[in-house]
Ligand binder design. Structure first.
Ligand code: SAM
Length: 259
C-alpha cells in the first residue's frame, strides 16, 4: 500500500492481505496499491446477469444463481444495466491496469451475456486483450436450454499490460496455460459462496504471476483466488464488500497452506 493512505478492516496472513470494502474506494481500494506492484489480476466481478430484463436482473443473487445446493449469503453489486456495468467495469479495470506491472496479466470471469461488455471495458482500460479462455462445467450440471444449446460454459477473457514475451526467451517467465478448464463447481461442504469458482481452475490461473509475485483479486468472494495463490506460492491482495462473505474468505485464507 502507498504511504499515508487510510486503512479499513484488513486481515493479513503470510503473504496475503484481504480488505473489507469497495475495491473502488479512493483511499482503501485498488488506487491505494503501489503502481506496478501486481503481476496477475484475476477478477470474478458480479456479472449483473441472470436475466434479460432490468426486473429480472434486480432479483437477489440467490434467486438468480440458484444452482448452489445449499444456501449461501447474497452478495451486492449484481443489478447494473448493460451500460452502467460496462462503465463500472472500465473503472476497476483501469485501476487494476494502474497497479499492474509492465509484464502484468489479467483474467476476468464472465458469462455469455456480459462477454461483449467486459471485452470492451478491458480494452477501454488500456489492457491488451489477448484471447478468451473458458471454464466448462460437466455436461448436464447447470443451465439446460431446451431447444437450444446448453449454457454450461463461463468465459475468461485475458489480457496483458504490455508486449508478450517471445516463445523460448530464456530470461522470462512465460507459462502457457490451457485455454479450456474443465471442472465442476464446488459442492457440499466446500460450497460457501453462491458463485464460487473451482479451486483447480484458480490454481492454474494464478500461474500467470511468477512464483512469489503479487496476485490481485478485486472481488474476492469466498477467497478462492487467494487460496490458490497461497497454495501455489504467490502473494495475494484482495477486496470483499460483504462483511459476511469477507469472514468466510478470511477463514478459507487462514486455513490455506502452500502445496
Ligand atoms: C462473483 S463473486 C466472487 C466469487 C469468488 N470468485 C469465489 O470463488 O468465491 C463477486 C464478489 O464480489 C463482491 N463485491 C461486489 N461488489 C464489490 C466491490 N465493489 N468491491 C469489492 N467486492 C465486491 C461480492 O460481494 C461477491 O462476493
Amino acid at each position: 500500500m502507498k504511504n499515508g493512505t487510510v486503512t479499513t478492516k484488513v486481515v493479513t496472513g503470510p503473504g496475503w492481505e484481504l480488505r473489507l470494502g469497495d475495491c473502488l474506494d479512493p483511499n482503501t481500494g485498488l488506487a491505494s496499491l503501489e503502481r506496478g506492484s501486481v503481476s496477475a489480476t484475476i477478477a470474478d466481478p458480479p456479472y449483473s446477469s441472470g436475466g434479460l430484463s432490468s426486473g429480472a436482473r434486480a432479483r437477489s443473487t440467490g434467486e438468480k444463481y440458484s444452482s448452489a445446493q445449499k444456501p449461501c449469503p447474497n452478495f451486492p453489486g449484481d443489478n447494473r444495466d448493460q451500460r452502467s456495468f460496462t462503465s463500472w467495469a472500465w473503472r476497476w479495470l483501469a485501476a487494476c491496469r494502474d497497479a499492474s506491472s509492465a509484464r502484468g496479466r489479467l483474467a476476468v470471469f464472465t458469462d455469455w451475456r456480459q462477454l461483449p461488455a467486459i471485452t470492451d471495458a478491458i480494452q477501454w482500460a488500456d489492457w491488451i486483450w489477448r484471447g478468451t479462455g473458458a471454464w466448462a462445467k460437466p455436461l448436464g450440471a447447470s443451465r439446460p436450454r431446451a431447444g437450444g444449446l446448453w449454457n454450461g460454459v463461463e468465459f475468461i477473457p485475458w489480457a496483458s499490460a504490455g508486449p508478450m514475451p517471445q516463445a523460448g526467451q530464456s530470461d522470462c517467465y512465460a507459462p502457457c496455460l490451457p485455454g479450456l478448464f474443465q471442472a465442476a463447481a464446488p459442492k457440499g461442504a466446500a460450497r460457501v459462496h453462491q458463485t464460487q469458482k473451482p479451486d483447480e481452475v484458480l490454481e492454474r490461473l494464478v500461474e500467470l504471476a511468477p512464483p512469489g509475485d503479487l496476485v490481485c483479486d478485486p472481488f474476492a468472494g469466498s477467497g478462492t483466488t487467494g487460496v490458490a495463490a497461497i497454495r501455489r506460492g504467490r502473494r495475494f491482495v484482495g477486496w470483499e464488500k460483504s462483511p459476511e462473505i469477507f469472514e468466510v474468505a478470511c477463514s478459507r485464507l487462514r486455513a490455506a497452506r502452500p502445496q
